[in-house]
Design a protein around this ligand. Structure first.
Ligand code: PAF
Length: 278
């Protein structure tokens, strides 16, 4: 596995590569969810490029950029074991040099869910992913369903900007007790870690009710809020039952695919999770 640090080296390398390329963008501090993306990319492509970059432009002023967990040696060894060929590990100055002023912004999707609580977040995500697409020109790019809104945003701007890239969204990988794997789980102490399972319980309850025929969006949302309220350490930012494509909040009868999602603060961590009701 070869590690690349600069834009010039990444561009030079890409000019030499041929065949199908799978891209796995990450912010590092990898867990089994990331590794599942890398393994799927390995199985479906001739070459795999992973990226590790804690993207400053998707963090708000009060968010955990400086404290975001990092462990590059461990990440590199995990990626190598997953069969990744190249890892791009740029510095912030490489990707955002002085004078940088070009952004990728979407109209409606970022106004909803996570975007409504994290102004500017999806502008940062869309811009960095566009830059990584341009630098690596992949055939396929792999992202996790855990970041459901991010997946919808990336699919949208890939179509809108005519990137010839298949966006592959892989299932959320969970701990045995249902907690979605996340680099942010490291912030939880043992009591908070136990409390954090309430997100999975709330979502599973909504999914079970939906499977049993419940189609009223408001009742499903109330059901999830009720479960979260049983956990004193859980402080919800939002609980949503939305259209899975437009992310518009639903009320009354659900017709198509719906996205049940939530962001919940537990101790110092802000956790997100979701399930598609189909
Ligand atoms: O999902 C993430 O880890 C990040 O948002 C991404 C896609 C790597 C962009 O920084």
């Amino acid at each position: 596995m070869k590690t690349i640090h600069t834009v010039a080296d990444m561009q030079g390398l890409r000019r030499e590569l041929s065949g199908n390329i799978g891209l796995v963008p990450t912010m590092g501090f990898l867990h089994k969810g990331h590794i599942s993306l890398a393994k799927r990319a390995r199985a479906e492509n001739d070459l795999v490029i992973a990226t590790i970059f804690v993207n400053p432009t998707q963090f708000g002023p009060n968010e955990d950029l400086a404290a975001y967990p990092r462990d590059l040696p461990r990440d590199l060894s995990l990626l190598e074991n997953a069969g990744v060929d190249f890892v791009f590990v740029p510095t912030p100055d490489e990707l955002y040099p002085p004078g940088f002023q070009t952004w990728v912004e979407l109209d409606d999707l970022p106004q909803r869910l996570e975007g409504a609580h994290r102004p500017g977040h999806f502008r940062g995500v869309a811009t960095i992913v566009t830059k990584l697409f341009n630098l690596t020109r992949p055939t396929r790019a792999y992202f996790g369903q855990k970041d459901a809104q991010q997946a919808v945003v990336i699919r949208r701007f890939t179509r809108d900007l005519n990137f010839d890239i298949d966006i592959v969204i892989c299932p959320t990988v969970r701990e045995p007790d249902g907690l979605a794997m996340s680099s942010r789980n490291i912030y939880l102490n043992p009591k908070e870690r136990q409390a954090a399972t309430v997100l999975f319980r709330a979502l599973s309850t909504a999914q079970a009710a939906f499977s049993d025929g419940e189609r009223d969006a408001d009742r499903l949302r109330t059901m999830m809020q009720g479960i979260l309220a049983t956990e004193p350490l859980a402080r919800p930012d939002y609980v949503s039952l939305a259209d899975a494509e437009t992310l518009a909040e639903l009320s009354g009868q659900i017709e198509g695919r719906a996205l049940a999602s939530m962001a919940v603060r537990v101790g110092p961590a802000r956790l997100i999770d979701n399930m598609i009701l189909n």
